[in-house]
Design a protein around this ligand. Structure first.
Ligand code: PEP
Ligand code: MN
Length: 389
């Protein structure tokens, strides 16, 4: 006997989201799954549903998001639907990306064989803007020699001044992707400022035989460009590195990130990059890395820090440590999961942000300094866990 299907009843609380978490590795060809789909297709037109699948190393997880006037659905009956293991009800903000009560959804995703989670750390050192093939080649070779698999490469640059270099755009993509393949770079963070850039990147990767992967970066000037977010969120081939808006509240930035997830892409990394205020002087922006643990507590996103655009210079303190390395360590010791940093083989020749770029000779130092901070973070976390026990 198939289980009876839920009935519709009214309630005042209309606009919460229900997430049906299906049994792992659910059989999509079986009669029970068909029965579930029949129920979903027969729901009121005021409720939309979207399936989301997460292929992990050991199992495939499927979640069904019910969005709209879900008040007519009874949670207890939803639990009895075929293939459903658990039902989570969310009425707070950041419904998909947020961390909620009784919420055991994953806090990581896999891309290009690498894991991006709230417990991992990756460094994306690289060029703020691609200029010459030679510089891309040097950068990737040195990164690979230092054991790195990720980089940053700007092809489309949003510039304050219309007469400044705007980036080489799609023309540089073939050699950037070819060189990434040559040096074993698996993931490139690359900003897009227009939906057409996603198609250009996709076409160039396809043409090159997909020798590498791309994380699409949304810059701080586009944090609330909702139409761009919907378009970038409406594809799941590429994860997204989403920058905090430099002049809006954290809540507004997290809501904007949720646009990506509500459009279908939840593989989002949230990047802190400093806030625009004179209180940040003498740095380019007011460094906001104290928000690393706050964003990890409010959401399930891995958190990135961008020390280059936060500090925006190369001043060394009396302790002999560069400000940019100090703030990197501050973010990492607070549990950051990714570091995005500008490097350049010849900063005086860089077409964008040369003054803040670290030199290739500083790469080893930078990585070792990050390792010290990471180990300190892990020791602090272990200490806190011992106190809890
Ligand atoms: C960048 O990372 O190159 C960049 C332009 O950053 P932001 O959007 O944070 O200014
Ligand atoms: Mn830059």
């Amino acid at each position: 006997m198939p289980p009876s299907l839920p009935t519709f009843t009214a309630s005042k609380d209309r606009w919460y989201t229900l997430i049906l978490i299906l049994e792992p590795d659910v059989d999509e060809t079986g009669p029970e799954y068909r029965q579930l789909l029949n129920f979903l297709d027969g729901m009121s037109p005021d409720i939309q549903y979207r399936m989301h699948q997460e292929q992990g190393k050991v199992q495939r997880l499927t979640e069904v998001y019910l969005i709209g006037d879900t008040s007519v659905l009874q949670i207890d009956s939803m639990r009895t639907l075929p293939c459903v293991e658990r039902v989570v009800r969310i009425s707070e903000n950041y419904r998909v990306l947020g961390r909620h009560r009784n919420d055991e959804r994953p806090v990581h995703f896999d891309y290009q064989g690498l894991r991006f989670g709230q417990d991992t750390l990756h460094v994306f050192a690289g060029l703020c803007a691609v200029d010459t093939r030679e510089h891309v080649d040097i950068m990737m070779r040195e990164l690979a020699a230092a054991g790195q698999q990720c980089t940053r490469m700007g092809a489309y640059k949003p510039r304050t001044n219309p007469y400044s270099f705007q980036g080489h755009g799609k023309d540089c993509l073939p050699f950037v992707f070819e060189l990434a393949g040559k040096h074993g770079i698996k993931v490139i963070a690359m900003e897009v400022t227009h939906e057409g850039h996603v198609d250009e990147i996709d076409a160039a990767l396809e043409e090159a035989g997909r020798p590498t992967g791309v994380i699409l970066q949304i810059g701080t000037r586009n944090t609330q460009n909702f139409e761009l977010l919907k378009r970038v969120g409406n594809q799941t081939r590429y994860p997204v590195l989403f920058k905090r808006g430099f002049g809006i509240t954290l809540d507004e930035s997290l809501n904007a990130a949720e646009y990506l997830a509500s459009a279908g892409n939840r593989h989002v990394i949230f990047c802190l990059r400093g806030m625009k205020t004179n209180l940040g002087d003498p740095h380019r922006n007011f460094v906001d890395f104290s928000h690393v643990p706050a964003v990890k507590a409010l959401t399930r996103m891995p958190v990135c820090i961008d020390p280059s655009h936060s500090v925006g210079g190369r001043r060394t303190g009396p302790d002999g440590i560069l400000d940019v390395m100090h703030v990197t360590a501050q973010g990492v010791i607070a549990g950051a999961n990714m570091v995005l940093a500008d490097f350049h083989p010849a900063p005086s020749k860089a077409l964008v942000d040369g003054p803040q770029a670290l030199r290739m000779s500083e790469l080893g130092h930078f990585l070792e300094d990050i390792q010290i901070a990471r180990e300190a973070f892990l020791a602090r976390q272990a200490l806190a866990r011992r106190q809890e026990a």
